[in-house]
Design a protein around this ligand. Structure first.
Ligand code: 5GP
Ligand code: ZN
Length: 128
């Protein structure tokens, strides 16, 4: 299993840094976010250390979404977001893949999304 001794989330998995754990499987670990944007804001991380989503083995990925579903159900939230950031400019702060489950109880709490949509031509869309 890939680990990085300097990684804060690897340290959480190893129990070297305390966390409020919900669920642990062979390949995934879920715990409460220390800086929640809404009550119940949680993180699911692979036990395999990788910085970005596309670097994870498929068998690790297949363990994560069922855990995310359990966490989403456990929050009791009717509205919520799943968020997974890759790279600094895409708002990733911790360099170990993590999926956020973020309840959206009202307009003020939870995730706020900026979505600068554009209007490409039919030709530009075909080209893409
Ligand atoms: P990112 O911006 O990288 O997608 O999100 C990183 C998340 O990790 C943030 O929501 C932050 O609050 C959380 N976080 C950072 N360090 C710790 C920690 O030591 N413990 C816990 N539980 N969460 C952390
Ligand atoms: Zn790590």
């Amino acid at each position: 299993m890939a680990t990085d001794e300097n990684c804060i989330f690897c340290k959480i998995i190893a129990g070297k840094i305390p966390s409020r754990k919900f669920i642990e499987t062979d390949k995934a670990y879920a715990f409460l976010d220390i800086g929640p944007t809404a009550p119940g804001h949680s993180l699911i991380i692979p036990k395999y250390h990788a910085a970005k989503f596309h670097e994870l083995p498929d068998e690790t990925l297949s363990d994560i979404l069922p855990v995310a579903k359990k966490i989403a159900l456990a929050t009791g939230a009717t509205d919520y977001n799943l968020l997974q950031n890759n790279g600094r400019i895409a708002h990733q702060v911790v360099g170990h893949v993590h999926f956020h489950v973020i309840p959206k109880p009202n307009e003020e709490q939870g995730l706020v999304v900026g979505w600068p949509s554009t209007s490409p031509s039919k030709e530009e869309l075909d080209e893409l």
